[in-house]
Write a protein that binds this ligand. Structure first.
Ligand SMILES: [Zn+2]
Ligand SMILES: [Zn+2]
Length: 639
């Protein structure tokens, strides 16, 4: 009998009978760990635990609690869901059922629509399949056999998938649990009984292979976790996210609208939303001026020839909009870089002028597919807090570090923890290897010097250079892209930018593209959901609402209002002839930080009695100036 040498995760090597399964090998050494293992990695390849090992190999377990293990678990649940659906519903065809970020889905061809009651029935049937503890069994058959197998069963989508495989694929694998057989590469969990926690979430239409000329299928989404506690926590967050949805709060707080009459992906800011945005933009201008940036402004459309020169026309055209003026083609800007290049080029630059930091609250248009548009989070027109820094190669490190410090400060002001990723060269890119290496090293070194931990995202850079991405974490633990720093050696080349060095010679400056909050619209969406609409005092579009008890209190209400407005406190009047309780409830719905009720006592003593939003505490009677000082103190801390 042939023997194999197996290297285990603890580094020890042992000899096993050839054909011993990955699971048996691991069980012989790490018995307990096997209970929560869903698959194994044998010589780097992920396989089922019952796969025989016939050659020398290193073996690692994939645990159910790892991201990879969770993906295998969820994909396995999708097979069980497909089995349950075919058990219950006549004439349903199966297609594909991958695991995705937070769960899984399976697409079915079904003449009707699955209802919430149907989902309950499917879940029940799935529970029966799970408790029967069917093993997942893999077998390989020839391609021809597989085609006739699925043709016999009328599974035309599976037949299409097999026929589309590359010519050199001669065998395919099938997985079965109980009576259900699916075409699948695997791997799968050992048996259905391993599933402890799952839930079907919703149904959506989806075109076969995402192509709208194909048939519309029914997609059922679900999720699964290693434990019920984790599933419960996930479902709690999903519910909380619905409650905080910025599109819903945007309507309730009267911040903005999206209107199909105007066009999808286009935001219309109402007074309070526009005020919130203005507060953020004012903060931006002030903070940039403090850090040695120059504010600049470029045009919304620029000639197509200039977009050719920059490389955008070749690499970014699909996302751009075009127009024509006097028979001259123009591109509507998807990025703000070009005008900044022209500003730099407007005179001869010396090394003494550098670094130059051009900042623009730059509005851009990008063609996003209708399906991915999502309120403020993903719009077709948005405004970035964009800047381009032109410097000498020697200044690069200090500039990148200063930007990282700026991001850190900004995240502190808005109250977000964040994570950092470094993205390297993508396939579709321009520039030389040497430049890419130089730029990537510059970013890496700056992160090291600032002692910022980071992950590497291979191949996820921009087409013109590597980048650092900052991802903030909101109150629900969700991550959102905010700041980026992109290194670019190409644009200065294409625009032939230069400066005169200390040696009297012409040199090429290097360039950084960077944003701090990113798209202001999306940042606002994140803020709305993070705070659930209850913005801190310094960011609240309305900081105080003045409520009168009866009409005779209006004169004092007006007096308070004008004193507050004059002092820069953002406030609203509710002097309507309505019951006070009703007006207070409405104020609470609007999540205004302070409500000032004006009654007899306030009128006689010329005071206000603020009621705080957070905790609903009454601050007692105080002079108008004292209230102004209270609000100012809350704002000064941040701004
Ligand atoms: Zn599968
Ligand atoms: Zn740029």
């Amino acid at each position: 009998m042939k023997k194999t040498t197996i290297t285990l995760p603890d580094g020890s090597a042992e000899s096993y009978q050839s054909g011993t399964t990955a699971g048996e090998i691991v069980a012989s050494r790490f018995g307990e760990a096997l209970a929560s293992a869903v698959a194994a990695r044998v010589n780097g390849q992920v396989v089922d635990l019952d796969r025989p090992v016939n050659e020398d190999a290193s073996i690692e377990l994939i645990d159910i609690s790892s991201a990879e293990g969770l993906g295998i678990l969820r994909h396995s649940i999708s097979h069980i869901m497909a089995q349950a659906v075919q058990d219950i519903f006549e004439g349903v065809k199966v297609t594909i059922g991958p695991s995705i970020e937070d769960g899984f889905y399976y697409d079915f061809e079904y003449a009707n629509t699955f209802t919430p009651e149907d989902l309950q029935k499917i879940e029940e049937r799935m529970r029966a399949i799970i408790s029967a503890d069917h093993p997942f069994v893999r077998r390989e058959i020839s391609r021809g056999e597989a085609v006739s197998f699925f043709e016999e069963r009328g599974e035309s989508y599976k037949v299409e998938l097999i026929n589309d495989l590359p010519n050199d694929v001669t065998r395919v694998s099938l997985y079965s649990q109980g009576s259900f057989v699916d075409l699948c590469r695997g791997p799968h969990i050992p048996s259905t009984g391993m599933i402890k926690a799952f839930k079907l979430l919703n149904v959506a239409g989806a075109y076969w292979r995402g192509d709208e000329t194909n048939k519309m299928l029914q997609r059922i989404y679900g999720t699964g976790f290693a434990t019920q506690e984790e599933l419960d926590e996930y479902l709690r967050i999903v519910e909380e996210a619905k409650r905080r949805d910025h599109r819903r709060l945007g309507r309730e707080l009267d911040l903005f609208q999206m209107n199909d009459e105007a066009g999808p992906g286009l935001v219309i800011f109402h007074p309070k939303g526009a005020l919130l945005r203005t507060l953020i933009e004012d903060w931006e201008r002030k903070e940039h001026l403090k850090r040695g940036y120059d504010i600049v402004m470029g045009p919304q459309i620029l000639k197509v020839d200039l977009w050719r020169k920059s490389g955008h026309f070749d690499h970014y055209r699909e996302n751009m909009y075009f127009t024509e003026v006097d028979e001259q083609p123009y591109g509507i800007k998807p990025m703000n870089c070009l005008a900044h290049m022209l500003i730099y080029k407007s005179k001869i630059r010396s090394y003494r002028d550098l670094p130059l930091r051009y900042f623009e609250l730059g509005t851009v248009h990008r063609h996003e597919k209708t399906g991915v548009l999502h309120g403020l989070m993903r719009a077709r027109q948005f405004t970035q807090d964009d800047a381009h820094i032109l410097c000498t190669p020697e200044q690069l490190n200090a500039e990148i570090r200063a930007i990282a410090d700026f991001v850190d400060y900004a995240m502190g002001v808005f109250g977000f923890p964040y994570e950092v990723e470094l993205s390297t060269r993508p396939e579709d890119s321009i520039g030389t290897d040497a430049d890419w290496d130089l730029a990537t090293d510059a970013l890496r070194l700056a992160l090291r010097d600032n002692e910022i931990p980071y992950d590497v995202n291979e191949g996820d850079g921009a087409f013109y250079g590597p980048k650092i991405d900052f991802k903030l974490k909101d109150a629900l633990g969700r991550k959102w892209q905010c700041a980026t720093i992109q290194c670019d050696f190409t644009l200065p080349e294409r625009f032939d930018l230069s400066y005169i060095g200390a040696d009297g010679e012409k040199h090429r400056p290097v360039m950084l593209h960077r944003v701090i909050l990113g798209a202001i619209e999306r940042f606002m969406g994140v803020l709305i959901e993070h705070y659930a609409g209850a913005f801190p005092v310094w960011l609240s579009p309305v900081q105080a609402t003045i409520l009168t008890v009866t009409d005779k209190h209006i004169p004092h209400g007006e007096e308070v209002y004008s004193r507050l407005v004059e002092a820069g406190v953002r406030c609203e009047r509710d002097f309507r002839n309505e019951k006070l309780g009703y007006k207070i409830r409405e104020g609470q719905m609007q999540k205004v930080p302070y409500m000032l009720v004006i009654g007899d006592r306030e009128m006689e003593s010329g005071t206000v009695s603020p009621r705080e939003r957070d905790g609903g505490k009454n601050l007692g009677s105080m002079g108008i100036d004292d209230f102004i000082a209270t609000v100012r103190e809350k704002c000064d801390r941040y701004a």
